[in-house]
Design a protein around this ligand. Structure first.
Ligand SMILES: *Cc1c(COP(=O)(O)O)cnc(C)c1O
Length: 237
């Protein structure tokens, strides 16, 4: 067994245990394998071990990997990094999902740039749930207006919400943040039937995120090992 295959098994077991301990079906929770800075060969190893959804933070690095891997094993690519408008076309043309939508201007560009032969781009609106100093994500108060505008764009499919909460050591605080996100998702669902996804939870807060209702956890290091930014050639977006 390769170490990636072994690590994937362990992460899947952790998800199953977290789901079991709060009475949820583990099938409701998608594992997004975050492959940023890792070579295409690592993604290929994960695909061979049955992993389908992969997350990339840097547009060009992701596009290069998508081209290198092709359709074998049917990977599903998620863009999870900060998105600048000059890179929106590459995301619209290459990815199946974008988790970091936080501006109507970028939503409009993604909508206009999504190729006709592809299904609508699945989008999550990124919410700034706890880290007020962060520049990414919108405040919850602004969500209804942005959601309404995004839902009206035919080449985007509004699937839900994403957050990167500020690090919290305490489970209770992680859970409280997760519940605010889950509440926001529940009210969004009432208006938009396409909404079904809460992208929340990384290695350190996965259990609380799952207890709160996350449907997609984003895990990198525990699958692919520590990242060596110094050795990679990606640029900053
Ligand atoms: C890098 C990254 C992850 C994964 O982080 P790990 O600590 O490697 O598990 C998850 N979500 C986002 C948005 C990331 O940028």
């Amino acid at each position: 067994m390769t170490s990636i295959q072994h690590n994937l098994q362990q992460v899947r077991q952790r998800i199953a245990a977290a789901a079991a301990s709060c009475g949820r079906d583990p099938q409701e929770i998608t594992l997004l394998a975050v492959s940023k800075t890792k070579p295409a060969s690592d993604v290929a190893a994960a695909l061979a071990a049955g992993q389908r959804a992969f997350g990339e933070n840097y547009v060009q690095e992701g596009v290069d990997k998508i081209a290198a891997l092709g359709d074998a094993g049917q990977p599903e690519w998620h863009f999870i990094g900060p998105l600048q408008s000059n890179k929106s076309r590459l995301v619209a043309e290459n990815f199946a999902w974008c988790h970091t939508l936080d501006r109507l201007r970028i939503a409009t560009r993604l909508n206009d740039q999504r190729p006709a032969h592809l299904p609508p781009l699945n989008v999550l609106i990124q919410v700034n749930i706890s880290d007020e100093s962060s520049k990414s994500g919108i405040m919850l108060e602004a969500l209804p207006e942005l959601a309404q505008a995004v839902a009206a764009l035919p080449r985007l499919r509004l699937r839900g919400l994403m957050a990167i909460p500020a690090p919290e050591q305490s489970y209770a605080r992680q859970l409280a943040v997760g519940q605010r996100m889950a509440d926001a998702l529940a009210s969004l669902k009432k208006h938009y039937p396409s909404v079904d996804t809460l992208s929340l939870g990384m290695s350190d807060d996965m259990d609380a995120a799952i207890a709160a209702g996350s449907t997609m956890v984003r895990i990198g290091t525990a699958i692919f090992g520590a990242r060596d930014y110094g050795a990679t050639t990606h640029n900053n977006n």
